[in-house]
Design a protein around this ligand. Sequence first.
Ligand code: RB5
Length: 146
Amino acid sequence: MKVIITGDHAGMTIRNEIKALLEEKGIDYEDTGCSCETSVDYPDYALPAAERIASGEFDRGIFICGTGIGMSIAANKVKGVRCALTHDVYSAKLTRQHNDSNAIALGERVIGPGLAREIAEVWLDTAFDGGRHANRIGKITTYEDQ
Ligand code: RB5
């Protein structure tokens, strides 16, 4: 699995925590987040990263900002990206099983690094259930293709 991780100036601590997790798990990743010496605009990071998931260069993406909201809104504008704003472990599991999410967004001003790590780990380790859920995602894909 190849993962792209990105974030703005408000997501540095969680970004570093998740990078440590990816390294521990031996997952290949690229960090395209800001160097964060100054305030930046989250779409400048979310949109290019989401495009690299949509193109197939990366399997999954982890998007981090202050609330996770801006990153998730921007990432979901890119066709083929299903980015779940996820601040609890249950949702992290279910969004893989039911939504086949290929990205998550996390908000560093909402949750701490310990919970963010647990969310990311469950999300990385959970498979898509397929079946009726694949049919539902197919309806989203059909809409995107119109
Ligand atoms: C930056 O202040 C903040 O607006 C951004 O990180 C994010 O929370 C936007 O949704």
